[in-house]
Design a protein around this ligand. Structure first.
Ligand SMILES: [Zn+2]
Length: 103
């Protein structure tokens, strides 16, 4: 028995809805203090986006190494260098950089 594949247009629609919902859940669970649950939600978001090949929205900041959602002033440090933004994850101290022009 094989599953009938879902048309790509519908799959993308479902995926983007799920990503929006999961990112909301990730941030609320992190605020409530459940780090593991928040990490799990981010892992699911990354898996969904890989599966249907869509990009994760730029508003959703997370650490690529430990999958934790990043909240400025709470669990990440933001520093500005010459035309670069540097975001440091405070739980695993990995650094994410981007240029001003990119955002
Ligand atoms: Zn991290």
């Amino acid at each position: 028995m094989s599953r009938k594949p879902v048309p790509l247009k519908i799959a993308i629609k479902i995926a983007s809805l799920r990503i929006a919902l999961l990112s909301k859940l990730a941030f609320t669970s992190l605020r409530d203090g459940d780090e593991d649950l928040a990490k799990r939600y981010i892992r699911l978001i990354r898996r969904i986006s890989q599966r249907v090949n869509i990009s994760i929205p730029k508003e959703l900041l997370f650490c690529k190494k430990c999958n934790i959602p990043l909240i400025t002033g709470n669990n990440c440090r933001v520093r500005l260098n010459t035309n670069r933004i540097k975001i440091t994850c405070l739980s695993c101290s990995s650094i994410k950089r981007f240029s001003y022009s990119e955002r």
